[in-house]
Design a protein around this ligand. Structure first.
Ligand SMILES: [Zn+2]
Length: 352
């Protein structure tokens, strides 16, 4: 993946009922919004998108509403065409990963400012410059594009998402601890240069979660820390221009799992969160015990059974993981890991 540094989001706003303030926010940041392209899906229009359209209408602004059906090239091409034809001043996306990824990439291609309004905190794409889009062969490809101009996390909306989605966000954020370790290891072994500011930022978001005393997933403090952490991850990726601060050996394992055992019912954040337990044990990562405590507290899934695979299949997944993002040096490349060592590590962290 080319390392193209992108600009950081100009603002992020986290709190209850924040979408009400959207027109005010547009004025404050002097964002021209006479014509707004509003992207979402059927559900996200109901849970906030339609209200946004109403606020703009009250202000006599023109809103063009379009539905995003999937995060694939077809949808990106369609939205790029809509932007060309309707010439909006700004693109606003309200939705989960699929909507935001399509909106982000289409807006990036047409150099339009993009406001990201997540309806779930299940992954770190809400503020990142990365858009994961399926190609014609249905293989997910990571594109680096411009980061959102601003991010608005309305806690009232994300609280309505299934608890499982919030847990997945925790998994994706915690995986930064494994990814940051790998990036520092690559630097130590003179395999890669590294921007320590970006790594520290990605790490601090995850550490912020470890400090929470809350165990209720919909608690305001926990959701705020989660949102802040995911946004910090996004900013860290902007600084480096790649997903490196938030994607190391644990993401390689998740990609290998997707490749070997698809289609999958588990969420990305669940997969990388479980894989991070394994990689952090291999790394002898100093934060591992606290991650185990957090997982226990919030009932984060931590077994390979949850991934619907057997012990033997997980070993296979790990042994093939180095083939994914091969340019990224991680603990998996650093050590010769035998099937026995994999089994033993799985036992250590309770994966089996
Ligand atoms: Zn991730």
């Amino acid at each position: 993946m080319p390392h193209t540094k992108t600009t950081l989001p100009h603002f992020f706003i986290i709190g209850d009922n924040k979408i009400i303030e959207l027109p005010h926010i547009m004025e404050f940041y002097r964002l021209k919004h006479d014509r707004v392209l509003l992207l979402g899906d059927r559900t996200t229009f109901v849970c906030g998108g339609d209200r946004i359209a109403r606020y703009f209408k009250q202000q006599r602004k023109k809103t063009i509403k379009r539905i995003v059906t999937n995060s694939d090239e077809k949808n990106v091409d369609r939205i790029v065409k809509v932007i060309t034809q309707t010439k909006p001043d700004i693109v606003v996306g309200i939705g989960g990963g699929k909507v935001l990824d399509v909106a982000k990439l289409a807006a990036g291609k047409k150099r339009k400012k993009f406001i990201s309004i997540p309806t779930t905190l299940s992954n770190d794409g809400i503020a990142s410059p990365v858009a994961v889009i399926k190609n014609k062969q249905r293989i997910p490809i990571s594109h680096i594009t411009q980061a959102p101009f601003g991010v608005i996390v309305d806690l009232h909306i994300v609280r309505k998402a299934p608890i499982r989605h919030i847990r997945a966000g925790v998994g994706d954020l915690i995986s930064n601890l494994s990814a940051v370790f790998d990036a520092r290891l690559a630097y130590k072994k003179r395999r890669e240069t590294v921007n320590e500011t970006a790594l520290a930022l990605a790490e601090s978001g995850a550490l912020g979660l470890l400090h929470t005393k809350q165990k209720h997933m919909k608690n305001k403090n926990l959701l705020t820390r989660l949102a802040q952490g995911l946004i910090k991850s996004g900013c860290a990726m902007c600084i480096i221009g790649s997903s490196r601060p938030a994607s190391g050996s644990e993401h390689k394992i998740s990609h290998s799992l997707d490749h070997l055992f698809s289609p999958r019912k588990t969420l990305h954040g669940e997969q990388v969160g479980i894989a991070a337990l394994f990689t952090m044990a291999l790394q002898k990562n100093e934060h591992l015990d606290r991650v185990i405590n957090l997982y226990h507290k919030i009932r984060f899934p931590h077994t390979v059974r949850y991934l619907s695979i057997t012990e033997k299949q997980f070993i296979e997944v790990v042994r093939r993981a180095h083939k994914f993002r091969p340019h990224r040096y991680t603990i998996l490349e650093d050590k010769e890991i035998t099937p026995d060592a994999i089994r033993q590590t799985m036992h250590t962290v309770g994966l089996i």
